[in-house]
Design a protein around this ligand. Structure first.
Ligand SMILES: NC(=O)c1ccc[n+]([C@@H]2O[C@H](COP(=O)([O-])OP(=O)(O)OC[C@H]3O[C@@H](n4cnc5c(N)ncnc54)[C@H](OP(=O)(O)O)[C@@H]3O)[C@@H](O)[C@H]2O)c1
Length: 243
């Protein structure tokens, strides 16, 4: 039986892609699951399907973040948190990057993670586990992805800082660093006749990850049995970060 059975776990950004795969895995473990998404219809459908608590949350709405965390704490409880929200709207050389796009990417991918984790830790009374979803670009260079790379590298710094600040409260914080994964985020790239095949050649295992393969690592880090793991980064990238 999973140690996550009956543990309250909230996944921020859980109605598609990697977040949805994490939510499904947690539901299968018997966790008391909460999910968020931006589209009310999708939130309702996923929550019904997984018998989960659901809330609409756009992390750009800063005031909403502590309200959603408080509602989840009161209605379900608190143990685990997964921050999966992330965007990658620009693939362009840095000198052409629109500063507004920079702000948006940093706001969703980095500031949102801090604000959600902070609200979670403010409400948590006992031990807990936080998993942030970074990227292989938390660890490596990201050509034509300056904002995304800066935000995801920032998440790795944030992971270590939070892990140290909260270790004496029994709150563990870890980072999962996926490589290229088959989701909507990579649909355009996978369909590209030149870039798609070239990308596969750069992955030592020769293929992209499935969202479920990333989800397994997220769930592993949440499990109470793995209580000695904090402040770490765990790549699920087919060998890309080893190069
Ligand atoms: N796919 C890859 O190759 C890859 C590689 C490395 C890392 N990652 C990271 O993995 C995570 C999941 O990505 P994915 O591949 O599953 O992509 P995806 O299908 O595009 O999903 C993106 C997720 O971020 C959420 N999100 C975006 N903007 C948001 C906002 N303002 N407020 C709240 N939620 C927001 C989305 O919520 P809605 O559904 O409500 O829009 C969705 O859950 C991201 O952090 C991404 O950077 C992905």
């Amino acid at each position: 039986m999973s140690g996550l059975r009956d543990k309250p776990v909230l996944v921020v950004g859980a109605t598609r892609g990697i977040g949805l795969a994490v939510a499904k895995e947690l539901a299968a473990c018997g966790a008391r699951l909460g999910i968020t998404g931006r589209d009310p219809e999708r939130v309702k459908a996923v929550a019904q399907d997984l018998k989960a608590w659901g809330a609409v949350l756009d992390v750009l709405d800063r005031a909403a973040i502590p309200l959603v965390i408080s509602r989840f704490a009161e209605e379900v409880g608190l143990y685990g948190l997964v921050y999966n929200a992330g965007i990658s709207p620009a693939f362009t050389r840095a000198e052409k990057l629109d500063p507004e796009v920079w702000d948006q990417v940093l706001a969703v991918n980095l500031t949102g993670a801090f604000l959600v984790a902070q609200a979670f830790a403010q409400r948590l009374q006992q031990e807990g586990s936080v998993v942030l979803v970074g990227s292989v670009l938390s660890l490596k260079d990201g050509e034509r992805l300056a904002a995304y790379t800066a935000a995801k590298a920032g998440l790795w710094g944030l992971t270590r800082a939070l892990a140290l600040d909260w270790a004496n409260r029994g709150i563990r914080v870890n980072l999962v660093a996926p490589g290229w994964t088959e989701t909507e985020m990579t649909a355009g790239l996978r369909a590209h006749p030149v870039l798609g095949p070239r990308l596969l050649q750069e992955i030592p295992l020769g293929r992209m990850a499935q969202p479920e393969e990333v989800a397994r690592m997220v769930v592993f880090l949440l499990e109470p049995e793995n209580r000695y793991l904090t402040g770490g980064v765990y790549a699920v990238d087919g060998g890309v970060s080893a190069k």
